[in-house]
Unconditional design. Structure first.
Length: 351
């Protein structure tokens, strides 16, 4: 079969690899229908290996060497392994990417994303940027009948957004500011709007992304980032500041800005990944009792079905998808635009 294989930095090859021989115990064999790519894929291509490990297994994966990319995808069940219930051939499913052991301290507490043996499909074992893939059945969620392939392929990043909002205890009636509404920030804004969170304020350096934000959340206020951003947020909140500030950009100055615009007793959620340590005024945090949360990945059984239901009720693909590219053009029309900041929205791949 044809697959996108990561061999190293600037070395992703579309090549013929052996097809899976069939699902093992507890697995599903999927025909990949649509796959999404994101900043993680672009970072691995441009600067990796980062999360990908070519020379030693990650978690309990047992995999070493080149890996088939693709951690965001929707597939059709082509085979059902032994001991699997609840799935039949022909079902459409979305795998949750992360694989957990179910037995460690964190898994027993329901925090599967922090499992001590955690690994990811498409990063640590072969993923969905291929014609076929095998995945653990327990990570999969059924796709509702009325949910399109394009929308279903975005369930995983929307689930990440939902997990973050749950971690930060987002509530209706509180002012929520999203710093950075491209990439994962667009899904945070979409999830917040679908949950009825208001008032919403979207902040970005890009006018184009703010225009997309208005389509995602028509009732949101948009702010073009500048050296007056803190003052503008102050004015919009009656000088009180935001109840919840979600940093989704990963920009170096954004954690400090998040603290500046949070109100006394407010909350900050760090969702964007920083590439280096950043200074933060901890004295100010203590004096104003500002709580800080962090969030990574999602809790598959909770967040993935909710994301798919949202994507069934609202056609976010028509707003968020920039284009669909064939697998043969993954590097030129997918990874490179993401790496160079030319992507205007979500890029999907037709395996």
């Amino acid at each position: 079969m044809k697959a996108a294989v990561f061999h190293g930095r600037h070395d992703v090859r579309i090549e013929e690899v052996p097809s899976p021989t069939g699902p093992g115990r507890g697995e599903l064999l999927l025909r990949s229908l649509k796959a999404g790519i994101c900043g993680t894929d672009a970072a691995e291509f441009g600067f990796g290996p980062l999360m990908i490990s070519l020379d030693r297994p990650r978690g309990a994966s047992g995999h070493t060497g080149p890996v088939v990319l693709g951690h965001e995808f929707v597939g059709e069940v082509m085979g059902v392994g032994a001991d699997v219930t609840g799935f039949v051939i022909g079902d459409r499913v979305v795998p949750g990417s992360g694989v957990w052991c179910g037995e460690c301290e964190w898994c027993r507490a329901g925090r599967y994303n922090l499992c001590e043996s955690y690994f990811s499909v498409g990063l640590h074992v072969d993923g969905g940027l291929a014609e076929f893939a095998t995945v653990p059945a327990f990570t999969c969620a059924h796709v509702p009948k009325d949910c399109s392939e394009e929308n279903a392929a975005m369930a995983q990043p929307l689930a990440i957004a939902l997990h973050g909002l749950r971690r930060a205890a987002a509530k209706r009636g509180e002012t929520v500011v999203v710093l950075g509404v491209g990439g994962i920030g667009a899904f945070v804004l979409a999830a917040a709007a679908s949950l009825g969170l208001a008032p919403l304020i979207a902040v970005d350096v890009s006018r184009e992304k703010l225009a997309s934000a208005r389509a995602i959340a028509p009732d949101a206020t948009t702010v073009l980032a500048s050296d007056r951003t803190a003052q503008e947020i102050s004015d919009l909140t009656g000088r009180a500041g935001a109840h919840l500030v979600i940093e989704a950009s990963g920009a170096p100055s954004s954690p400090g800005l998040a603290l500046e615009i949070a109100r006394r007793g407010g909350r900050i959620l760090l969702l964007g990944l920083q590439t280096a340590p950043r200074p933060l005024d901890l004295h100010e945090m203590v004096i104003r009792e500002v709580d800080m949360f962090t969030s990574v990945a999602h809790i598959c059984p909770e967040d993935l079905p909710q994301a798919l239901q949202m994507l069934t009720e609202r056609d976010l693909a028509s707003i968020l998808v920039d284009h669909v590219t064939p697998l043969d053009r993954l590097v030129e029309d997918g990874l490179m635009p993401l790496l160079e900041g030319r992507a205007r929205g979500k890029i999907l791949v037709q395996p």
